[in-house]
Design a protein around this ligand. Structure first.
Ligand SMILES: CC(C)(COP(=O)(O)OP(=O)(O)OC[C@H]1O[C@@H](n2cnc3c(N)ncnc32)[C@H](O)[C@@H]1OP(=O)(O)O)[C@@H](O)C(=O)NCCC(=O)NCCS
Length: 198
């Protein structure tokens, strides 16, 4: 994969951009929040240095084209309200995993849908991905809803896949294919065109 260091994506309300060290407090606050991290792959962070290392690791990963990690900057006020990622990129199978998180006060406003939709456009169109996967805790209702709203299909239930801070949990595996994404996008565009024409 080419370097992703210069990739910046725009949506109506958000700029998706690579993280910078100045984002450390926003990223730390989000990942230290036990509500945001309730079903995450690691316990809430307790040390700000973890956020510094996360940013440095992601800058290296973006530069090498190993994975894409964006922070979500709200365009009206420049506040970082979340992040989203395409990781575990497999060039042979043209596959990646998706991840996303928002700071708690911004849940329920469609920001994850807006950001991940834009990132999926980029992943399918620019990276030529054929399949994007997600692995979520079945108890993570907002995340399941977000994936289903994006058009992902729940494909499997893996038992006791995670142990985080001693808590064992299952996974629901979701998948979305490029052709499904494009068909849904064309259908949305058609709906908008006919709404505008009428
Ligand atoms: C998963 C997570 C990002 C979902 O956030 P979210 O805000 O619910 O997600 P969406 O962007 O899809 O927003 C949809 C909600 O916003 C509402 N909404 C408001 N305005 C909207 C708009 N303009 N467009 C779309 N939805 C809108 C929808 O009705 C929906 O609410 P509902 O689920 O109560 O019906 C959030 O819960 C989170 O950060 N969780 C912690 C991290 C996490 O678990 N990540 C997943 C692990 S991989």
């Amino acid at each position: 994969m080419p370097s992703f260091s210069d990739v910046t994506l725009q949506t109506a309300r958000l700029t998706l951009r690579p993280p910078v060290l100045a984002d450390v407090d926003a990223i730390f606050a989000m990942r230290a929040d036990p509500v945001v991290q309730r079903y995450g792959s690691h316990p809430p962070w307790t040390d700000r240095q973890t956020a510094v290392e996360w940013i440095e690791r992601n800058l290296r990963g973006m530069a090498a084209g190993e994975h894409a990690q964006f922070v979500l900057e709200r365009r009206t006020d420049g506040v970082v309200i979340g992040s989203c990622t395409l990781y575990a990129l497999d060039t042979q199978c043209r596959r990646a995993d998706v991840g996303y998180a928002l700071v708690l006060p911004e849940w329920g406003q469609g920001y994850a849908n807006e950001a991940v939709s834009r990132m999926l456009d980029w992943g399918f169109d620019e990276l030529d991905l054929n399949r994007v996967e997600a692995d979520i805790d079945p108890r993570n209702v907002p995340s399941a809803r977000a994936l289903e709203r994006l058009g992902f299909t729940r494909e499997g239930h893996l038992r006791e896949r995670w142990i985080v801070a001693g808590e064992v949990s299952d996974s629901w595996i979701y998948g979305l294919l490029a052709r499904e994404w494009r068909a849904a996008r064309a259908s949305r565009a058609g709906t908008h065109a006919s709404a505008n024409a009428s």
